[in-house]
Design a protein. Structure first.
Length: 395
């Protein structure tokens, strides 16, 4: 019995006492290698496999086994990379392991024992190998591999630059078009929210529609983050872009937040703005399921409502907010600040400008430029080429 040190002796001997035997605890050593003993009911001991003192120890041990299996002679370099640089620079260690370790396994299988011998051709071969043997997520994160080689160069594990050529090895990601809900869809959503929803869901929809918060950000809102006077929400860390912001809203959201607050259980014992039906802090995944059950016809393969949407996405409310601001004539900096986007290009994934609106904006800008040139306030009109050169992707 691996990891089992000693059965709790006096309980084991009193074999006639059925009750005692049932709750008998044994002392087991944690299989992760930490050397700690712990008590566990004898029936719960895994006789043929590992026993762990906690899930954390199990996770740590499984990671260790994974790294040993994948990395071979590169184990110490990879551990230095993961435990040092990655811990400081990346949020999700699992993604980094899944991106780098299959590549190291590939090197081991090809008999490459020195990072110095990795060439761009090796990387190309790895990409087709990874797709064949089903390490598909690794080539998707080829930029992580690039980062690994840059780290290796700086830390003396390789003398030449990164063999990953972003433009060549990087896979072009499909560009998803912005998918705001149409005005008709929003009408249906609000009708359903009134009919089938509750005050919590209505407040969440309003915040999504007017402030563009991600569902996770909505779930993390605290009571003190709501500024009903200034009509804004404080979006705290952690969030996707690691950037705190104030997200504005209008009367509608204020009204629905007040409606929710009148029903919020003040004795729930925490200060999250929302809580679930048991009073616990909300979780994005369960909240998403509740939204699906409210708005969709089919959820999880079963018909849950006689009518409704085909699918639900809280994130599309974020698209809706950005597109609505754009059609209202808001400037790029305004939209970026409202949604917490760090670059115009990331914002553009959300902002749908329809053909009429683009025409209108174009005509207005042309008219303004013409007026300026007539009044002599603008000395110089940029040609399209000059304009793009001056403003690049910010244009
Ligand atoms: Zn342990």
């Amino acid at each position: 019995m691996k990891g089992l040190v000693k059965a709790n002796a006096h309980l084991a001997r009193s074999g006639t006492d059925y009750q005692t035997k049932r709750i008998a605890e044994v002392t087991v050593q944690c299989s992760c290698g930490c050397g700690q003993d712990f008590q566990r009911p004898s029936g719960a001991v895994n006789a043929h496999g590992p026993n762990y003192i906690s899930l954390e120890h199990m996770g740590r041990h499984r990671t260790q086994i994974y790294l040993e299996d994948m990395c071979g002679s590169f184990l110490s370099v990879i551990k230095e990379y993961l435990d040092g640089f990655c811990r400081q620079h990346y949020k999700n260690q699992g993604t980094i392991r899944a991106a780098v370790c299959p590549f190291i396994l590939f090197l081991n299988e090809r008999g490459i024992t020195d990072l110095e011998n990795v060439t761009p051709k090796t990387v190309t071969e790895f990409i087709s190998w990874a797709t064949e043997v089903d390490y598909k997520s690794s080539p998707q994160h080829i930029s992580v591999l690039n980062g690994f080689f840059k780290w290796a160069l700086r830390h003396g594990h390789r003398k030449s630059g990164s063999p990953v050529i972003a433009k060549f090895h990087g896979k072009k990601r499909a560009q998803h078009l912005p998918r705001p809900y149409t005005a008709e869809e929003m009408t249906i959503i609000w009708a359903l929210a009134e009919e089938r929803g509750n005050s919590r869901l209505r407040a969440i929809i309003a915040i999504g529609e007017e402030s563009g918060l991600r569902l996770g950000e909505i779930c993390r809102l605290r009571e003190e983050d709501v500024d009903l006077v200034g009509h804004r929400l404080f979006v705290r860390l952690p969030n996707k872009t690691d950037c705190e912001r104030w997200a504005p809203f209008s009367d509608k959201t204020a009204r629905y937040i007040l409606e929710w607050r009148s029903e919020r259980d003040d004795k729930c014992g925490h200060d999250f703005l929302f809580h679930n039906s048991l009073g616990d802090p909300p979780r994005a995944d369960t909240m998403h399921r509740e939204l699906c059950r409210t708005f969709c016809k089919i959820h999880g393969g079963t018909q849950v409502n006689p009518s409704g949407l085909d699918e639900w996405s809280t994130h599309r409310l974020r698209h809706t907010m950005a597109s609505r601001l754009a059609s209202g004539g808001a400037s790029f900096p305004t939209i970026m600040a409202a949604g917490g986007w760090k670059s115009p290009s990331s914002m553009m994934h959300y902002t749908k400008v329809d053909a009429d609106q683009a025409r209108h904006g174009y005509d207005q800008a042309m008219r303004r430029a013409e007026e300026k040139s007539k009044t002599g306030r603008s000395k110089h009109i940029l040609s399209p080429g000059d304009f793009l050169a001056a403003y690049g992707e910010n244009a």
